[in-house]
Each structure stands twice: as C-alpha cells, then as structure tokens.
Design a protein around this ligand. Structure first.
Ligand code: FES
Length: 891
C-alpha cells in the first residue's frame, strides 16, 4: 500500500507517493537523492543518519516516512545552503550541497579548520546533532555539547576536535583564535618568500565534500542504476552444505536475475593477500569455515531481493564441530581446516638475539606476565559497499577500499582476467583502520556484473559487516623480562599465539611484525620472541591498526612497570634509561641512526608525570579521609612502530602533471581513508615543485589514472608515497626549468596556458603549454603535457631465520600517560585525562597528525576498557560498544 506524504526538506516542499512505513533515511537517499544522510547501522545505534525534524534531532533510519507528514526535515544538504543561496552560489537550489569554502556554515568551517572530519562518514550526522547546540546558550559547556552529540558515533577522531569545532562555532569570534593556522613563512628552498605547505595546518583537500555531505561513499551512487546483490551466509562456524533445487525460487521471484554460486566464478575461487595465502573463496564451495561466510549471492531488483528470506533459499546444512579457539585448533587429532596446509598453524615468526637463558639467569630482577586479548571489531561507520559494471571486455568497480591495486589484481584472478582488464575506482572511504584492505563486496558484484552485463551493487548491513569482515587478532601472550641492578634491561622472552580465524587474510603480517616489536621500544641485548598465527573456525583476523603490535605492547609495558617497581625506580625513568635512541641497535640487529625520538617523548611527558601523580595522591588522601570509594592513579606506556611492510619491498609511484591550460594535477594512488593522505601528498608535491598547494588538483586512487602507490596501511603513505610525491614535484620542476633554461633558484608560475619561469634579477621566460603534446591520454585539454614522476621504495632487508635484518627503513615512537579513576566498590574505571608525545618524524600537516593520535587513543581506550567481539553475540553496535564522546577524556 502506498500513500501520499507531504513534508518539507531543507525548506522546499516534497510530495511523495510512498509506502508509509519506509525508513525516512531510505526515502531521503533513494527517492530524493540526498545521500548526505548516511546509514551506518539502520538500528539507531550509530547516529550517522541524524537529521532534524521540526528542530529535533532524530535517527532517520528509525522514522517511518509517514511520521514526518507536515513536518520540516533538515538534512546536511540544507546546512550552509542559505549562505550559498544569498550569494547565488551552487547551493541556490534546496538540496544542492555547497561546494565552496565560503558557502559553508560557521559550524562546517570550524569542523574543517580544526580537523573534526577525518573520513567524514559521521560528519553529516554529527553536524546535524551539533546544530542543536548552536540554538542553545552562547557559550555551551562541554557537557552540553557532549549531550547534544552523544548519540552520534565517530570511530576516527576521538571526538575532542569535534567538541573543539563546536566550541569555536558557538563562541564569539573574538574569544577564540579563529584564524586558520598557517605554515611558516620563511624563505623556501628556491629563494622565494612564499608560504611553505609542508608543516602547515592546511585544511583537508577533500574536506569541503566531507562537511557538506557531498562526498560519494560506497553506498552513495544513485540506486536506480543497479541490480542489487545480497549474499546468503552461513549460520554455522563449520559445516558442509549442498544446494537444493533453485527452480521454485526462480519461479516465485521473477525479479531474481541470478543465483550466484561458487560454480559460477569464472576464474580462481581463491584469493588472499599473500601468494602463499590464497585460501579464501569468493563463495564457499561445499564447506564453510566461519559463521557469516558467503555461500551464494542473490541478484535482482531491490524489491525482489528484499522479499527473499534466507530461509527461502534451499540449502542443506551439515554442521561439524567447530574449532572454537586456538587450544582446540592445536589439540592432537584436531581436524585440519585447510587441506593444503600441514597443520592449523598458518605461520610462525621469530626474532632471536643473544643468549636469553643466560642473560635472564644473570638478571638481578625478573618479571613475568600473561596477557589475553579478544577479537576487536573495526567498527568503521561506513559498512562495506560498492558496485561493478562491465564496460566492453573490462570490468569497473567503485568500492570503499584501502588498496585499489591489490583489489584490482585479486578481482582479475577471480574473474580470470588480466589485471589491466580491471579498473578500481575508490569511493570516499568511511573509515578503514586496516579492515578495508581485504576484499569485501568486490568479488561478488564483479562476477555478477560480468556475467549479467548489468551494473550490480551491494551494501552490507551492519550485522553482515561485523560477521563477515576481518577483526583484530585475539592473542595469548606470555612474556618475561630481566634487568640489572642499575635498571638496564638484560633479557626479554616472548611468545604470542594469535587466532587468525578461518582464512589467512593479514595473519602472516601479524606473525612477522610482532616479534620485531615484542620487546617494546627498548634496547635489550638478549631477546627471544616467537609467534604463531593459528587457524580456527572464527572470523578471519586481519589488519587492524598496528598488526598485533598493540597486543604485544600490553605485555611489554606491564613488564616495564613491574621491573621498575622491583628496583624502586620511577616508571618513566626506567623507560628512559632503556629507550631506543639514535645509535641503539634493535633486537633484529638494526642500528638506528636517526629519527628515534622516544627519549624526547618521555622528557616531554615528565612535567605532567610529576604533577599528575602528586595531584592524584592528594586526591586519594582526601578520598580516604572521607571514606570515598574511588582512587586515582597515573600510568605510563610507550610504543614504537616500523613504517611500512615488514622486510619486503614497499614501492610507490606518484605523478604530478601540468595540462595545456596550466592546471596542475597530482595523480596519487595513495587512498585517503580519513588519515589525510591526499592532503599531505598535495602539500609535499606543491613544495617540491615550488607552487602553492591550493593550485594542485587531485586524481586519487583510480587504477586507470594513477600509478600504484601501494596500500594505505602500516603508516606507510606519508613516508613512502610522500617521498614519491616529493620526487614527482622535483622531476616536474626540473623539466620546466630545463625548457626555460633556468637555474634552480628560479620561481615557477602556472596558468593561462603558460609556465612562467623567473630567475632572480632576470626576465620572465614563458613556455607556451599549448604547443606541447599530451604525454598521455586523449583529452587534449585535461591530459598532462608535462608529467613529473616520483618512485620511492625505502631500503629494507629480508630477515634471516633468527629474525636478523633491517625490517623497516624507519620507525615511529610515542609515549603517553593517563590518569585513571577506579571505583573500588563498583569496579568501574574512568580515564580522566591523557597526554601523548609522539615522534612522527616531520609532521607534514600537524592537524592530521594530531587527528591520528587522538583517534588512536580513542581506539586504544576501546580496546582496553570496553570492546570485545564475540562471534554470534556482538554483531551490531548496541551489543558491541565503541567509545562515545562521553568516554574520551581531554587529550
Ligand atoms: Fe567520524 Fe570517520 S570522521 S567516523
């Protein structure tokens, strides 16, 4: 049954004939094209779809459209549009998102300026919720702000910058430093006194779309163009299965275009990151190895696919006893989950240096710790989504991904095509954190679109995302460390088992990376660190911010505290005494020559460490006197992290082109997943060429238009692709200077079809760009006529059987302290404040760097205090809890 519903959206009238119970979020997105309203869970848990109805914020996914009859609905597309309308700008029609910085509202501008939008998927909902604060008191308290935005989850920012942005937008301009922070203005390498982009707090180059709600994520393409694909998944952790007769289903649902099974996969029904780990089927073939594994896919029009229940699909299940944990998987006689493997141990890792037994025996003090951690869910607010269409003999995918080139090669294998017959166009990515390094919707939409020759899309539901996507590895760690009487570490022994679930995913990376980092950022003469990644019938565990290193850090930091206590040494002092620094040799035998700044980080913490502990002790005395139940303590932790792939090649190529009009375009395959990769690439390339960053356009991630820059993970893009961007800028500069026969102290200006080169004291030399031929492409106006190319691959060496070698070209270091309050009666824990000091090398864009540190702290608090993924039990965002704004202390 349909009814007519009339309401207003962003001031404009809407009359629709709709089913009255349809979700308002779907009507806004699918019927009105207002995809700024995002859907993260369809259950009212994440708040991404927050809109305002007659001034009240509401989750549009929970509101039946009939309920807004006669109401005024406000979406992100309405924000800032008033300003644009007044100016006759691009927001002149209601519902059209503003595109210019000046069209944005104060609130949107504040979000952009302070870096409150990283991936941006939560941003429209967050802005809608925050707008409520603007209508309250002039100077809202932090509690009032937190109350207003408390229903909207953000997985990237750690919320502090969001609160800061709202404070900025609500306070009178005179009270806050509203000026956009700028870069240093010292003369640059070319002798000109222009502002340098590197080191500046430039707003994100893709930031306007994020705060305007106009960025196109995986689920945001117009829905009418596509057939819909839905996977049917296993309810069992381990089972054999066979299909019944599909014919009755086809007869009953004529809109069903295809039932896709393993038998339909044109190429190889096995994929995986590593050549030796291609063990995961696109569709299970007679046997499933984890709950949520896809066994077939239904493809058809949206109404048909929605109308088919999983129970309608004839599947005969033969459940088998699952290997529920690592003990079961390694027990004698345990069934082997992969026939090609020798055991359920996927891979082992090892670093050995010195004689650990002897050194431990000679230690004055020793300490031991056992650590066990759970699965942790990425919980990016954008569930996996994307589409595919066949274009002649090629297939094109538009997907949310961290790694377009790996995706291209994997999809090619599955379809039986050459890699150059596959094109990956990354959508805006609504959070990744490692989870979007694996294929998700790709193989199924690609196969269906290929076979049907019709565009096909898939959008995973939140439970589907949580069931089927890889997780942080659960770990079981036993570690022991020793120190001498002077407080120098003498020995470190570590063994960690990691549950890598049903398929390899990034399990090999965890097994290899953890032993290198197991002893923490400390110099230890004798080390034995071993790891195993073990297959179970749990969901695949893969990459998640740190590849197992955070789990190991829990162990090594507990040992540092214990040893310091036993020796009567201060915990910060003990860490400082043992900190890796320039000149240190790591456990893999690598001498650190530079950029090893842990001592400076610890020194930066020292004033807080002293004052916070004194304040906590005073507070505890007062609590004890008053018989209060709570006590406070201050703790410290340190970390290090090798940048890029472990002991293997890390190549990246970036290009910078100038077209006939003088327009500059950076061709960057380094996908921005919210961390700011696009912005820092532009900053670096602009400085290397010697032009303003604002003049550089961007093509990002498209495998047809950019070179392979590798994956956006392992903290590698700024270092690896950043160096490639620098070389690309320098290459283009050298080409232009050569054409002008000018020296390196000349300045370059591009525009109006010319490159103008001016040497100090000389006369300008003009290069007519229209006279140059395109170096590639057929579009004469947009194709580059000059193209700078940069290739960078940092030097690493393979590790030998004892894990000796140079696994990374450089490392990051950090140390943090936290003040924690524990209620001794209730057992509840609250983190009151934190301070973080990180050595990141050169901060290309400090705002983006701080954003990553804040986000990491928020995810660390979640890991430590509240998150535990349990297959079958926490497959949504009301049973699996991630930090809200109320959980994050001042940082
Ligand atoms: Fe909030 Fe990514 S910026 S979820």
């Amino acid at each position: 049954m349909t009814v007519w519903v009339s309401f207003k959206v962003n001031g404009g009238p809407v009359d629709l004939e709709v089913e009255p119970m349809r979700r308002l979020a779907d009507v806004l997105r699918d019927d009105l094209g207002l995809t700024g309203t995002k859907i993260g869970c369809n259950a009212g848990d994440c708040g991404a779809c927050t809109v305002r109805i007659d001034g009240q914020q509401a989750c549009a996914c929970l509101v039946p459209v009939a309920q807004v009859a006669g109401c005024e609905v406000r979406t992100i597309e309405g924000m800032g549009a008033d300003r644009a309308r007044a100016a006759g700008g691009p927001g002149a029609a209601a519902g059209v998102a503003p595109r210019e910085f000046t069209d944005l509202s104060e609130l949107q501008r504040a979000f952009l300026e302070v870096g409150a939008a990283q991936c941006g998927i939560c941003t429209p909902g967050m802005l809608m919720a925050a707008e409520e604060v603007l209508e309250g008191p002039d100077a809202p308290t932090e509690t009032q702000i937190a109350d207003a935005i408390g229903g909207v989850l953000c997985r990237c920012t750690g919320y502090r910058t969001i609160v800061e942005a709202i404070v900025h937008a609500t306070a009178p301009a005179a009270q806050v430093g509203r000026a956009r922070p700028s870069g240093d203005a010292r003369p640059d390498a070319y002798g000109a006194a222009r502002e340098r982009a590197v080191g500046a707090r430039l707003a994100k180059v893709d930031g306007i779309e994020r705060v305007a709600g106009s960025a196109i994520y995986g689920a945001d393409q117009p829905s009418a163009e596509f057939l819909v694909l839905r996977a049917v998944r296993s309810p069992h952790a381990r089972a054999r299965f066979r299909f019944g007769d599909f014919e009755p289903l086809r007869q009953r649902f004529p809109g069903l275009a295809m039932i896709l099974t393993a038998a339909d996969i044109p190429g190889q029904n096995r994929y995986g990151i590593y050549a030796t780990g291609k063990d995961q089927p696109a569709l299970a073939d007679g046997e499933v190895r984890h709950r949520g594994e896809a066994v077939l896919a239904l493809v058809g029009d949206a109404a048909t696919i929605e109308g088919i229940a999983d129970a309608d699909v004839p599947i005969e299940w033969g459940p088998l006893p699952p290997l529920g944990d690592m003990d079961a998987a390694t027990a004698a006689g345990a069934p082997q989950l992969h026939a090609h493997a020798k055991s359920n141990v996927l891979i082992s890792g090892r670093v050995a240096r010195g004689d650990v037994q002897d050194a431990m025996g000679r230690s004055v003090v020793t300490a031991e710790v056992d650590v066990e951690t759970t699965f942790v869910e990425h919980a990016y607010i954008e569930p996996e989504a994307g589409s595919a269409r066949r274009v002649g003999d090629r297939i094109e995918l538009f997907v949310s991904t961290q790694t377009p080139y790996l995706d291209r090669d994997e999809v090619a294998l599955i379809l039986g095509l050459r890699p150059d017959e596959v094109r990956i166009i990354p959508s805006a990515v609504g959070g990744g954190f490692g989870g979007k390094l694996d294929l998700s919707v790709h193989p199924l939409v690609a196969t269906a679109a290929w076979l049907l020759d019709r565009p096909v899309r898939a959008i995973w539901t939140r439970p589907e995302s949580m069931t089927a996507s890889p997780k942080r590895h659960p770990s079981r760690i036993r570690a022991r460390a020793g120190a001498d009487a002077e407080g120098h570490l003498t020995a470190f022994q570590f063994h960690g088992d990691f549950d890598t679930g049903a398929y390899a995913s990034w399990g090999p990376t965890v097994a290899n990376r953890v032993p290198v980092h197991a002893m923490g950022p400390y110099e230890v003469p004798a080390v034995l660190a071993t790891t195993r990644a073990i297959h179970t019938n749990n969901p695949p565990a893969g990459a998640f911010r740190g590849f197992g290193v955070p789990q190991a850090a829990i162990a090594h930091e507990a040992l540092m505290d214990d040893l310091a206590d036993q020796l009567g040494l201060d915990a910060l002092e003990f860490r400082l005494r043992n900190a890796l620094r320039a000149g240190s040799v790591t456990a893999t035998g690598q001498a650190l020559r530079a950029s090893a700044g842990l001592p400076a980080c610890l020194e930066a913490l020292r004033p807080h460490w002293a004052s916070w502990r004194a304040e906590a002790e005073d507070w505890n005395v007062a609590q004890a006197t008053a018989n209060g139940p709570a006590r406070r303590g201050v703790g410290i932790g340190a970390m290090w992290y090798g940048i890029g792939n472990t002991s293997m090649t890390n190549p990246s190529t970036i290009e910078l082109g100038v077209d006939r009009a003088g327009g500059l375009t950076l061709y960057s395959g380094a996908v921005d997943i919210g961390q700011g990769a696009s912005t820092v690439m532009v900053q670096i390339a602009a400085d290397a060429l010697g032009v303003a960053a604002e003049t550089v356009g961007l093509v990002s991630g498209d495998t047809d238009r950019t070179a392979d820059a590798g994956k956006s993970s392992a903290s590698r893009q700024t270092f690896v692709s950043g160096n490639a961007a620098k070389l690309a800028g320098e290459d283009l500069r050298a080409q232009i200077l050569q054409l002008a026969e000018a020296g390196d102290d000349a300045t370059i200006t591009l525009g109006d079809g010319r490159a103008t080169v001016l040497e100090p004291g000389g006369r300008p030399v003009e290069i007519d760009l229209a006279e140059l031929s395109p170096v590639r492409g057929t579009d004469a106006s947009a194709s580059p006529v000059l193209l700078g190319r940069g290739f960078f691959d940092p030097t690493t060496t393979p590790l030998d059987a004892d894990g000796q070698g140079h696994p990374y070209a450089t490392y990051a270091f950090g140390a943090q302290i936290a003040e924690v309050e524990v209620d001794l009666e209730l057992g509840t824990t609250r983190v009151l404040r934190m301070v973080a000091a990180h050595d990141v090398g050169r901060a290309i864009n400090p705002t983006q760097v701080e954003g990553q540190i804040h986000g990491g702290i928020a995810q660390g608090l979640g890991l430590a205090l509240m998150e535990a993924y349990v297959p079958g039990r926490t497959e949504n965002l009301h049973d699996y809890l991630i930090p809200t704004v109320g959980d994050i202390p001042p940082i």
